[in-house]
Design a protein around this ligand. Structure first.
Ligand SMILES: N[C@@H](CCC(=O)N[C@@H](CS)C(=O)NCC(=O)O)C(=O)O
Length: 205
């Protein structure tokens, strides 16, 4: 299957690039210049009516959006790699549990903070930042306690949940949110993986 991934490497598209690299799957990368609103063009809205990146195009002309859904779809194409345990298994449920935790309890709060800190200018809300940081503190504690006892999120096997949670934690470091030693060690372990992408390879020249 030939695959085309749309979205800048320094966006949630990185999750999909990382998954593709872990799977050693060839793909074409299309940058999409969000600073020029290319993701709001009619052409792009035909791929994702929500006008957001990433989007995956399959060889039979289908488009998929939502980074976690794309990563899971890709992982299921090569089950032998083990990035997504078999449907119906307890490990699949645990992977889903941490993947949804990553999206709802980390990504959601960190993205509110990031949008306010990076993009909103004089519309920045300190109250929104403070509330999100308060919620995040509880999530980070749960994650720290779990990772203090486990190598990866579901135990010994690295899965798509680690890609979603690991990439989301990178935002926390960029936002200078204090992280426990356990979480810093987990982030380093993610970056040290053989297939961790070199982001520079995917930046426009
Ligand atoms: N839940 C979506 C979020 C997608 C998203 O918000 N992407 C950002 C870049 S990381 C984007 O396209 N932002 C541009 C915009 O909202 O106009 C996913 O995980 O794919």
């Amino acid at each position: 299957m030939s695959l085309k991934l749309y979205g800048p490497a320094r966006s949630r598209a990185f999750r999909c690039i990382w998954t593709l690299e872990e799977l050693e799957m060839p793909f074409e990368h299309v940058h999409v210049d969000t600073s020029k609103s290319e993701h709001k063009s009619d052409e792009f809205l035909n791929k994702n009516p929500y006008g957001k990146v990433p989007v995956l195009e399959t060889s039979d002309g289908h488009y998929l959006f939502e980074s976690a859904a794309i990563c899971l779809f890709l992982a299921d194409l090569k089950p032998e790699v083990g990035l997504a345990p078999a449907a119906g298994s307890l490990n699949r449920a645990k992977m889903n549990q941490w993947l949804h935790f990553g999206l709802n309890e980390l990504d959601a709060y960190l993205w509110v903070i990031a949008r306010n800190e990076w993009f909103y200018g004089d519309k920045k809300s300190q109250e929104a930042i403070d509330q999100s940081k308060m919620m995040l503190e509880a999530s980070l504690k749960v994650l720290t306690d779990h990772l203090a006892e486990n190598n990866w999120l579901i135990g010994e096997d690295f899965t798509v949940a680690d890609i979603i949670v690991g990439q989301t934690l990178f935002w926390a470091t960029m936002l200078e949110i204090p992280l426990s030693d356990t979480l810093n060690a987990y982030i380093s372990k993610c970056r040290d993986r053989d297939h961790f992408p070199n982001v520079k390879k995917y930046l426009p020249s």
